[in-house]
Ligand binder design. Sequence first.
Ligand SMILES: [Fe+2]
Length: 320
Amino acid sequence: MTINEAPATSLEDLYELFESLNVEAGWHRKAPALWAEPTKNFVPYRWNYTQVREALDAAGPLIDHSMADRRNVTLTNPIPGNTYATVRTLVGAYQMIRPGEIALAHRHTPAALRIILEGEGTYTVVQGQRVEMRTGDVLLTPSWLWHSHAHSGNSGEEDCYWVDILDVPLVHLLEPMFFERYPDGLEKDVANIDESPIAFRWTDGLQQLAQAPIAEDGMAEKSVELGDPAMPSIALYRQSMPSGFISRQCQTTANSIFTVVQGEGETEIDGEVFTWKLGDVIAIPMWRTYQHRVTQDAHLVRATDEPVMRALGLLRTKLV
Ligand SMILES: [Fe+2]
C-alpha cells in the first residue's frame, strides 16, 4: 500500500504502510529503544602479557616495518561480531619495536597513548618534539598531532614493548575519522625534550603517589590522575595498591582498561576472577562490578572514557 491508495483499515496494513514510509510505530517496535539499565555487551577479559609477548616475538623476524607500519596486536574483546574494540569506546594493543626500527610519522583524529612495559632506547616524536620513552612512562598522542616512534639502539639490544590505548572505537561510532601519513616519512627539525606535557614519567609518578592522600573511593590505596583529564576522551590514573590490599566494589558506566605496570593480584569482575601480573591488560566494560585484590605490591594504570560519560551527563558510579 502507498499513501496514494485507500487508508489502511487493519493494523497489518497500517504497519505495512509505515514500513513503506520508513517509519516505525513507537508502540510496535521490533527492538526496544529504552531499557532499565545498561546492557552488558562487552565482556570482562584479561590478556596475558607473557603469552602475547611470545607471539609478538614470533612476529619479530616474520613481520618487519616494510610489512607493518607498527608491529602491534589489538586486544579484541571476545564477543560475537566484534573485530576490534577492547571495550565499547577504547581499544588496547601490545606493540613491539626492535632496535633500529622506525615507525613513520602519521596523524589521526583518534587520540592515543602508550604505557611502556619493557626496554630502553625508544623515543617518540610528537609534533616536532622528541621525547625519550622509559619503562613505566605514559606518553600521549593527542588527536591530530604528527607522531612517529623509533628504537635508537643497535641490533642485539633489547626489543621494547608497550601497551597502546586509543579511542578509535569511539571515533568509529561518532564517524569523524581522518588519517594522514607525513609526506616525507619523518618530521624534520625535531627538538629533544625531556619534560613535556605529553610525558608522564614513572619516577614522577612514584613521587606523586608517595605524596598523595589515601584514595577516597577505596578503589586503590593511592590514585593520581595524569592530566585533567589526559585527553578529552580518555582519563588516566596511576594507582598503587600494596600487597594485601582489597578494594571496594565498583560499578560504573565508564569503561576501563587497566594495565599492570608492577605487582600481582586478581580482579573479580561480575563474579569471575582474573589473575594478573606485570604487563597484563584487563578490560572492565561499563556496569560490570569489580574489585581488586592484591598479592604483591602493585602499580596499575587505569585508562577510562570517564570524561566522555561525564561530559554527556552519563557518568554514574556505585561503590559498595
Ligand atoms: Fe598513530
